[in-house]
Write a protein that binds this ligand. Structure first.
Ligand SMILES: CC(C)(COP(=O)(O)OP(=O)(O)OC[C@H]1O[C@@H](n2cnc3c(N)ncnc32)[C@H](O)[C@@H]1OP(=O)(O)O)[C@@H](O)C(=O)NCCC(=O)NCCS
Length: 143
């Protein structure tokens, strides 16, 4: 399994968007539209590949020079519960730390809080609704 950074608009980026739509949006009956992707040229996109197949992806949004927001973590169903996302997140966190980011935040779906907690993220604030499902803000300091 290899981590790669994806160029916005590339074929690999499009492949990540298809995975995001299948894993994160379609189960909620929502599409991933072009409007959703409009600002993503300024964001950092990463994916895990098994041979040539893109099996997981995540996006990081620079908020300031030292703070980034993690979003759109998705793993293909056949590869879930095999350590792929935790491997991906640890590698992405190391890349972000090397680029000067010291603080990460994310909006975790309630169903995924336990996953992020195992990676050292802590919940802050109250639960809220986003894309129709309960979420919780979580944060992590990078050292
Ligand atoms: C949530 C998701 C990203 C986790 O990816 P994954 O590759 O299956 O996770 P891993 O195999 O790396 O799991 C790492 C650890 O977290 C645990 N874990 C995984 N998903 C979990 C969940 N939803 N809740 C609680 N714990 C979870 C695993 O059991 C494992 O624990 P262990 O180290 O004690 O064995 C993936 O299941 C997914 O894409 N789900 C659908 C989309 C989604 O909910 N994305 C998150 C949006 S915020």
């Amino acid at each position: 399994m290899i981590l790669q950074e994806l160029e916005f608009g590339s074929e690999q980026y499009r492949s990540a968007c298809r995975l995001r739509e299948a894993v994160l949006r379609r189960p909620l009956g929502l599409p991933l539209s072009e409007a959703d992707l409009r600002d993503e040229g300024n964001q950092l996109h990463f994916a895990m590949f098994a041979d040539q197949e893109l099996v997981a992806c995540v996006t990081a949004v620079p908020i300031s020079t030292n703070e980034a927001k993690i979003r759109q973590t998705a793993v293909a169903p056949a590869y879930q519960q095999r350590g792929v996302a935790s491997d991906m997140m640890r590698q992405v966190e190391a890349i972000l730390a090397a680029r000067g980011y010291t603080s990460l935040s994310l909006h975790a779906r309630k169903s995924a809080i336990g996953f992020y907690r195992k990676l050292g993220y802590a919940t802050v604030g109250e639960e809220f609704i986003e894309v129709t499902v309960p979420h919780q803000k979580m944060i992590k300091k990078l050292t």
